[in-house]
Design a protein around this ligand. Sequence first.
Ligand code: DQA
Length: 144
Amino acid sequence: MKNKKILIINGPNLNMLGIREPEIYGKETLEDIYTKIKSKADSLGVETEFFQSNIEGEIINAIHQSMNKFDGIIMNPGAFTHYSYAIRDAISSINVPVIEIHLSNIHKREEFRHRSVTAPACVGQICGLGSNGYIYALEELCNE
Ligand code: DQA
């Protein structure tokens, strides 16, 4: 059987992890999180590809291009979560399952973060569990 391929997309400002508000997002860098995901993926026999962008259109292109290439997407859309109808529409346009991740518990924070416009287009959302959220999403997509 062919190995599953999972795309991990991280949106704006997530390249600043480690430096950015560590009291909220923790001390791990995005590279540290990639290493953790890669090691879990190796143990599950899954292939991964990582993409980070601060640009909405680039994220939309990556979502479109995942079709016929990936079996699932794990995505942290960053602040786009709260207002990007274009990313939500991109998720709805493809037949690849997407799990939304947030490192922080968005429901415990400022009111504008409570609403995700992208989550209704996703299979599900994991938030508030730090970088473990990516690992749980990977396990879920492998079980599908
Ligand atoms: C975030 C939560 C968002 O509200 C914020 O804009 C981010 C990170 C998280 O992972 O907790 O950039 O998606």
